[in-house]
Design a binder for this molecule. Structure first.
Ligand SMILES: Cc1cc2nc3c(=O)[nH]c(=O)nc-3n(C[C@H](O)[C@H](O)[C@H](O)COP(=O)(O)OP(=O)(O)OC[C@H]3O[C@@H](n4cnc5c(N)ncnc54)[C@H](O)[C@@H]3O)c2cc1C
Length: 412
């Protein structure tokens, strides 16, 4: 079996299936004792892994159906956001948000609560209006927003079955302009963090923690027709395009310097055509309620000398609350404290408990697809018991279970 995107995990599965039709998926699931879905392999931990069979959605074909009246698009679950964004834009439509990288599958992103940034924008999972799920006996179940099981089935970690198609909310295409402000004083930003994160449609705060008193780069993605003029918050507008990592050429980054352009060319940090190299980074992220955001950042700042030597860059983003049971944004607006680490896994994993202890007072929920050290995290999800009951009903024999689920969301 092959590796995940970062190359830090060799999947333990004995077989990899690559079905191209939903009927094939149904037959494979029905005939298997233990099987799990695999998307584009961008997770850094064992969330997707199994010692049994994996079913990749990469070859799963299906129509891309836009419904202008309902303002939705239905896509095969293995489709990558970058390809979907191109198809939508060609018809004058857009998604409300994108993650930093456009190469990730819709099904995999949704299953882990993947997010972009924006005070008033939910995670990519919150855009799901319906999904088709192949359940343990091979039957195909369609769940729609508003139905009783829907909120439990969207961020599912692959535990309920194989999602074959996803219906997402869309809106008319829009323009974004991107501005980078450098060397923003941290103390002033923390005094009124809401002012900073609400200053544009989508805001990302990058720092290497080398200089713990400044935010190295703040990326503001404005919707020019609705966002107010952008203050500099004591920083300096960048005089050229920037890469989030200091000293790296911005050639693969999306256009900046305030030039307006298509949403799909500005919401991700990296260009659609850019294929990032594999294996040269690891990632962790903790999402904390917005009310604790400034204190959580201060707690991380106090660990700057431990974090900086292992870090490539840290990013802070906001995500609006949703009602999806296993979403890190369940029930409250959150701030994501993200870390792009150097590929030094042993040292990173040795540091994570310290980092998690420092964040413990702020009720952090780890990103499901990134490295973390906490064990059972059920208590951080008020609907965890409901999710366990849904799992027991849809998958009584544990066909879609794995060690990751046993460890982090034990059934009892
Ligand atoms: C370079 C990079 C940038 C990233 N940027 C962001 C970011 O900006 N924001 C963010 O929040 N995260 C980000 N991530 C994390 C990433 O979005 C998540 O790990 C996501 O789950 C990866 O999707 P995938 O298709 O690769 O899923 P995989 O890693 O293949 O699988 C993840 C989980 O989803 C399940 N799954 C996949 N497909 C299906 C399906 N069809 N049906 C049921 N379950 C399914 C799997 O079983 C598994 O449990 C980034 C990761 C990388 C490597």
């Amino acid at each position: 079996m092959s590796h995940n995107w970062a190359g830090n995990l060799r999947y333990a599965a004995t077989r990899l299936h690559e079905p191209s039709t939903v009927d094939e998926v149904r037959r494979l699931v029905d005939g298997s004792e233990r099987i799990r879905a695999l998307g584009t392999r961008h997770s850094f931990n064992t969330v997707a892994d199994t010692r049994h069979e994996l079913l990749s959605t990469a070859s799963l074909v299906g129509p891309v159906t836009m419904d202008a009246d309902a303002r939705t698009v239905t896509v095969p679950a293995g489709m990558r956001y970058g390809d979907l964004a191109q198809a939508l834009e060609a018809s004058g439509w857009a998604l409300a948000n994108l993650a930093s990288l456009p190469h990730i599958s819709v099904g995999g992103a949704v299953a882990t609560g993947t997010h972009g940034s924006g005070d008033r924008t939910g995670s990519l999972a919150s855009a799901v209006a319906a999904l088709d799920l192949v359940t343990a006996d091979g039957s195909l179940l369609t769940l729609r927003r508003g139905e009783p099981d829907f909120d439990g089935a969207v961020v599912s970690l692959g535990a309920l079955g194989i999602v074959t198609a996803v219906t997402l909310d869309i809106e008319p295409s829009y323009a974004i302009e991107q501005h980078v402000i450098e060397r923003m004083p941290l103390a002033a930003a923390l005094d009124d963090l809401d002012a900073v994160t609400s200053a544009a449609y989508s805001v990302s705060l990058f720092t290497t923690w080398q200089d713990p008193d400044t935010i190295g780069q703040a990326w503001f993605k404005r919707r020019p027709e609705r966002d107010a003029p952008l203050p500099a918050f004591g920083g300096v507008p960048a005089d050229g395009e920037r890469h989030p990592l200091p000293g790296i050429s911005p050639v693969n980054c999306t256009p900046q310097l305030g030039a307006p352009g298509r949403w799909l060319d500005r919401l991700p940090h990296f260009r659609l055509a850019f294929t990032p190299s594999n294996g040269d980074e690891l990632q962790s992220e903790y999402l904390v309620p917005r009310v604790h955001a400034a204190d959580a950042i201060r707690a991380i700042r106090n660990l700057d000398s431990r974090i900086a030597p292992l870090l490539q860059v840290a990013e802070m983003r906001t995500v609006a609350a949703d009602e999806l049971w296993l979403s890190p944004a369940y029930g409250c607006d959150v701030l994501g404290l993200h870390f792009t680490w150097q590929p030094r896994q042993i040292e990173v994993e040795a540091l994570l408990p310290t980092l998690e202890d420092a964040l413990a007072p702020y009720a952090p929920r780890p990103h499901w697809g990134k490295l973390f050290s906490a064990g059972d995290v059920s208590s951080r999800y008020p609907r965890a018991a409901d999710f366990a009951a849904l799992r027991a009903r849809l998958d009584p024999s544990g066909k879609f279970g794995n060690k990751f689920l046993e460890r982090h969301l034990p059934r009892d």
